[in-house]
Write a protein that binds this ligand. Structure first.
Ligand SMILES: [Mg+2]
Length: 252
């Protein structure tokens, strides 16, 4: 682990691991993936909207949920209210097209993803030692998209107690509200949660909710906007070692 990591913090033990997917458990060419995602979705709507106009709306509605902090409306509700207004259409008209997209088009994006060595050993270590395991992926996609991306990394949803999705969350990274909502859902105080991910802003934002943070090396995203401190930094193998050392044994 790098020299600015503190390993282990003797007074701190964790009861839950939150872990990011893209660039953390899954090797992903994020730029190409995002471009192909927008292009493929726009293609399905090309009989009604010019692709560039459609992509603009999709991006704007996605940004709307990332920035919205309304605890009364799920990300799904916020997204579709905005998206339907922009496209001047009803949700019922969109659903069949979007379902078709996730069934037939989204799986074709798998060429941008690859398994990351040792991803599975982190999850196995967490399962052995931790009481809760959360796939803390940005909740802008329906569950089917998380399951599909997990499969690109040769992983499954089985080990997770919670996967954050468009439908079950009211907030997004990097807001502390996103992390607090997870802590409340799994019933573990934030200071007993460790968030691991590759994004210096989105994932390390968990610190603002009082969680421990582990910056996972390999595909670090640092936009240089806001350098948030992290408690640990290292490889997936080192994360697995930290879990073995700092997590409370699961009650038998
Ligand atoms: Mg990531």
């Amino acid at each position: 682990m790098s020299q600015n990591s503190i390993h282990p913090l003797p007074e701190r033990s964790y009861e839950a691991l939150l872990i990011d997917l893209d660039g953390t458990l899954l090797k992903l060419d994020q730029e190409s993936f995002a471009r192909s995602y927008f292009e493929a979705m726009a293609r399905l709507f090309s009989d009604r909207f010019p692709p560039e106009e459609f992509s603009g709306h999709l991006l704007a509605s996605t940004m709307k949920i990332i920035n919205c902090k309304d605890n009364q409306r799920s990300n799904e509700a916020v997204f579709f209210a905005d998206f339907c207004r922009r496209l001047k259409t009803e949700r019922a008209a969109l659903d069949p097209v979007i379902e078709k997209f996730y069934r037939h088009e989204f799986p074709r994006l798998r060429s941008w993803g690859r398994p990351r060595p040792h991803a599975r050993s982190v999850l196995e270590a967490a399962r052995r030692r931790g009481e809760k395991l959360v796939l803390a992926t940005q909740p802008i996609f329906p569950p089917v998209a998380a399951h599909e991306r997990l499969s690109w990394g040769e992983l499954t949803a089985d080990p997770f107690d919670l996967i954050t999705t468009l439908e079950n969350m009211h907030f997004c990274k990097p807001h502390p509200e996103y992390y607090l909502e997870i802590a409340a859902k799994i019933g573990i105080p934030p200071e007993r949660c460790l968030m691991a991910g590759n994004d210096t802003r989105e994932d390390m934002g968990a610190a603002k909710a009082g969680m421990g943070t582990f910056l996972v090396e390999g595909e670090i995203i640092d936009r240089g906007e806001e350098a948030l401190p992290h408690d640990y930094r290292g490889s997936l193998t080192e994360l697995a070692e930290l879990i073995e050392a700092s997590f409370q044994p699961a009650a038998s």
